[in-house]
Design a protein around this ligand. Structure first.
Ligand code: DLL
Length: 433
């Protein structure tokens, strides 16, 4: 089956905007009627659904934040009775109560189709054997990709995460052609293959569908050159649907957002002001097709920018640039804003640095300190002092010039930094302890 919906994906913008407006109005009507939180927030601002007459009117509506979801935990934001909900997932938040999200039967169908669309854009077909190496459970990643791949008609291996040697054995024996995981787990798999003496060229892998965490272009190159695959990015978050919001096409020049199902906006995270096209800021998403858990202007906290220029693939849907990370992951060190992804970009471009690093932020007296621990190749780690010193200074200099803030770099032994099976935890901020 060909899951490629040119009717939507290649729609002229005017028609798309008309479709968005109709779907937006229907969504606003439903949430106003069925979700007390939205009704109260609209009433506070004196807004009624009839006030939404154009897409620009979206700006009149209040934002929805994670705090709203927490206050309405667990089912307060559902727009349908629980008996119509056939699936419940939850966000991967590590602090406080998780956020609970629900899907009707129709939502599951729409979700599967959206995932199938980005998998198709990445090159997956019904001939593929798709190994899902996300953890099955409350996390939306595994079930989302699983249902999407089945919708395409591919053969799905529901491996779940971890057990890396078994993952590799299955890849060899079942002739996996598409790997689904976080990008950091793909690196863990590549490392283990190397250790086991397995040449990735002897596998059948051709494409990777990676998402769930920020990763740099340098990391994409690293994965592609080590696993001999096309490494594609896909983006999503549980509160909005899970995976299936955006994904790379074969040109990998930004992830197409499925605008028939979501309206993206970019705002200044400090003032909430909507920024002009092309600006870098926080992504805000409104759902257009969800029944159980519609989201109006949800603040994702993810920092990116939107590109409306035409794409060679023919899709007219806007592209979002690889995110710099979440605004709450941004580190402020000695007053300078630093995203972990900027550090990754520098490290991966240096020969000898391995794709494993840890960022440790601390405070000595009143001064912030930034330490970056990097695994290096054995020949650098065991090199003579003078040459190792020169290498270290070169890394520190490059980091300083990109970040605008100095860091102490520590070279650590190969295999000493913890490996990741799901989302990578790269930052330890001791100032918060
Ligand atoms: O991570 C949904 C997902 C699963 C997307 C699998 C793609 C693949 P949450 O656990 O709620 O949902 O985490 C959502 O993860 O706000 C981003 O900060 C981050 N994230 C997800 N995909 C990407 C990506 C899933 N491709 C949070 N690039 C989001 C950068 C990503 N960050």
């Amino acid at each position: 089956m060909q899951i490629w919906e040119p009717t939507y994906e290649c729609m002229p913008r005017e028609e798309l905007q008309q479709l968005q407006l109709e779907r937006l109005q229907a969504t606003i009507n439903r949430v106003y009627k069925n979700v007390t939180c939205y009704r109260n927030k609209f009433n506070e601002l004196g807004i009624v659904p009839e006030d939404i007459q154009s897409l620009d009117d979206l700006r009149k509506l209040p934002f929805t934040t994670k705090e709203d979801l927490r206050l309405n935990y667990p089912y307060g934001m559902f727009a349908v009775p629980l008996r119509e909900v056939v699936r419940i997932h939850s966000s991967s938040g590590t602090t406080g109560k998780p956020t609970v999200v629900g899907y009707t039967k129709h939502d599951i169908k729409v979700w599967s189709n959206l995932v199938a669309r980005f998998m198709t854009a990445a090159g997956v077909t019904h001939d593929d054997v798709v190994q899902v190496a996300f953890g099955y459970g409350l996390f939306t990643g595994a079930f989302g990709l699983h249902y999407g791949a089945e919708t395409i008609g591919a053969s799905v291996i529901p491996m779940s995460s971890g057990n890396t040697e078994k993952q590799i054995m299955i890849m060899q024996d079942y002739k996996t052609t598409a790997l689904v995981s976080t990008p950091s787990y793909a690196i863990t798999i590549a490392d283990r293959m190397e250790k086991m003496g397995i040449d990735p060229k002897t596998l059948s892998l051709k494409v990777g569908l990676f998402g769930g965490e920020p990763w740099s272009e340098a990391m994409r190159k690293e994965i592609e050159s080590r696993l001999f695959i096309s490494a594609t990015d896909n983006y999503g978050l549980s509160e909005v649907i899970g995976p299936g919001i955006a994904g790379d096409c074969e040109y990998k020049c930004g992830m197409h957002i499925f605008e028939d199902a979501f309206i993206p906006e970019i705002i200044d995270p400090d003032t909430g002001e909507v920024l002009p096209p092309g600006s870098v800021g926080e992504l805000v998403l409104t759902t257009l097709t969800k029944e159980a858990f519609p989201m109006i202007r949800y603040r994702t906290r993810d920092i990116t920018c939107l590109d409306y220029s035409p794409c060679a693939c023919g899709r007219t849907m806007v592209r979002m640039r690889k995110t710099m990370g979440r605004s709450d992951d941004m580190l402020i060190i000695k007053g300078v804003n630093v995203f972990p992804s900027q550090i990754e970009e520098v490290l991966f471009a240096i020969e000898g640095c391995q794709p494993h690093y840890q960022i440790i932020v601390d405070r000595k007296g009143t001064l912030d300190t930034l330490e970056i621990q990097i695994e290096v190749t054995e020949n650098i780690f065991f090199d003579e002092m003078k040459r190792q010193r020169a290498f270290l200074e070169m890394v520190e200099k490059r980091i300083d010039s990109v970040l605008g803030v100095g860091a102490t770099v520590k070279l650590v032994e190969p295999n000493s930094i913890p490996r990741h099976e799901g989302k990578a935890q790269r930052v330890i901020d001791r100032r918060k302890l």
